[in-house]
Write a new protein. Structure first.
Length: 208
């Protein structure tokens, strides 16, 4: 089995490469994105996006590109968050704060990758049929502060966002806001726990 990892961020490719080497896994990593996959036509049996394709800037271009590189009998599997819950609220608040700090306009609503009907319409021109299941994922830590500290060190948006906000003196205010969101919705009286819902969508080409 051959595995290729694709990401538009060099830093994350370096992190993934180091983890693969640490586990003795033979994986090729290439710079690319959902709308520009650096692989040949029909060369993939399975395309897996773990909360990744949801960030594609052009959903239609991403769908066309995935169809191009997928073998006729292949399948696409991706996960997408449901737009609700404390982690979603926290991420949305952080993103909006960073955009305001940059003086950038609020981005238009993204494609609803969690919506089965919308995904079915998006991939219909390429002959795909859609299956979808809903799941939950729990985020936990010793405390709200511990969770925020871990996220600020490791989450790509947090790392980038804090590098923007800290020189402006706005990082502490955002952290306090996020702390309130997580504290008010905390499910664990002695630590921290938050539950988020997500869907896993599988796309296969319909047989003639």
């Amino acid at each position: 089995m051959r595995v290729t990892g694709v990401d538009p961020t060099r830093r994350l490719l370096e992190v993934a490469r180091a983890r693969a080497e640490a586990h003795g896994a033979s994986i090729t990593f290439q710079l690319g994105e959902a709308a520009s996959i650096p692989l040949g036509d029909g060369s993939l049996d399975v395309i897996v996006w773990v909360f990744a394709v949801i960030f594609a800037r052009d959903a239609a271009a991403a769908a066309a590109e995935m169809s191009r590189v997928l073998a006729p009998s292949g399948r696409i599997v991706f996960s997408a968050w449901q737009p609700a819950g404390p982690i979603y609220e926290m991420s949305s608040t952080a993103a909006a704060t960073i955009m305001r700090a940059l003086g950038a306009p609020a981005p238009p609503p993204g494609f609803p990758w969690q919506d089965r009907d919308a995904v079915s319409v998006l991939f219909a021109p390429y002959g795909f049929r859609t299956e979808q299941d809903e799941h939950t994922l729990q985020f936990s830590a010793a405390s709200v502060d511990d969770y925020l500290d871990t996220e600020s060190r490791n989450h790509p948006m947090s790392v980038t966002g804090m590098s923007v906000l800290e020189p402006l003196g706005e990082a502490d205010a955002l952290r306090e806001h996020l702390h309130r969101i997580l504290t008010d919705t905390n499910e664990d009286p002695v630590a921290f726990r938050a539950t988020s819902r997500y869907v896993v969508t599988t796309l296969r080409r319909a047989r003639p």
